[in-house]
Ligand binder design. Structure first.
Ligand SMILES: NC(=O)c1ccc[n+]([C@@H]2O[C@H](COP(=O)([O-])OP(=O)(O)OC[C@H]3O[C@@H](n4cnc5c(N)ncnc54)[C@H](OP(=O)(O)O)[C@@H]3O)[C@@H](O)[C@H]2O)c1
Length: 214
């Protein structure tokens, strides 16, 4: 599959792009918002496209044209305010869904957050973030797209183990970014993840096996 990665310059995004590039079965198109970011990917032989999630649906649809799947792993990050959370994590995600539909792409994977589907489990300190994740996920579920919603626990910058736990409800846990990226790649062609949503944390079972049992 040719996969558009929205958020390619991010921490999960970079790992994901490399995994796709080396997968032998998929190839990435890295969507970034700055020319210098594009150059860094191009130097590694990775196809890139410039588009801003605060731009138009048309801009994102043009970036996605010809792809077979879209992965949304972007986010405004913890250093900006609730305004950017609304513009990127919510509206940017929904515009990317609209763009996928416009470009005729059915497969769509989004990186959400653990328990985004249950208000009672949202951290008070970052409630606007959970609101953005929750409603982006709900728009995706209501769409005709063939979605997978991956809701990881706290993200760690340590090597992945390739072993995870995934379920409809996991109340706490952490996971290396590398294992989230590996779960995205393994989900792309796994029918058991089609139109499904799950929480994801580190565990004892190989990713491919877990995805067959959720
Ligand atoms: N931190 C956690 O513990 C945690 C837990 C669960 C889920 N998540 C979610 O996991 C996902 C990936 O996390 P991460 O750590 O890899 O994130 P990250 O390193 O902050 O990367 C986010 C990427 O989004 C891009 N982005 C932001 N605004 C954009 C815009 N207007 N147009 C285009 N791109 C834009 C950023 O671009 P620039 O590089 O140009 O800034 C950045 O590359 C996020 O959705 C996050 O919410 C995080």
């Amino acid at each position: 599959m040719k996969v558009l990665v929205a958020g390619a310059n991010g921490q999960i995004g970079k790992i994901l792009v490399d995994l796709l590039q080396n997968s032998g079965t998929h190839s990435p198109r890295a969507m970034v918002r700055k020319q210098e970011q594009a150059e860094a990917f191009k130097q590694k032989g990775i196809e890139t496209v410039l588009a801003d999630l605060e731009g138009t649906v048309e801009e994102i649809a043009n970036a996605a044209a010809g792809c077979d799947a879209v992965v949304f792993t972007a986010g405004s990050g913890g250093k900006t305010g609730a305004d950017k959370t609304l513009l990127v994590d919510l509206d940017g995600a929904v515009k990317t869904m609209e763009a996928a539909e416009k470009a005729g792409i059915e497969r769509f994977i989004i990186v959400s957050a653990l328990q985004a589907h249950h208000r009672e489990n949202w951290s008070e300190a970052i409630k606007p973030y959970y609101v953005a994740k929750h409603y982006a996920d709900r728009v995706l579920i209501a769409s005709p797209l063939n979605y997978t919603i991956i809701r990881p626990g706290g993200l760690l910058n340590e090597p992945g183990t390739g072993k995870v736990t995934a379920a409809e409800n996991l109340t706490r846990g952490t996971i290396p970014r590398e294992d989230v990226a590996r779960t995205i790649v393994a989900s792309l062609n796994e029918p058991n993840t089609y139109r499904r949503a799950f929480d994801l944390v580190s565990g004892d079972t190989p990713i491919a096996d877990v995805l067959k049992t959720i």
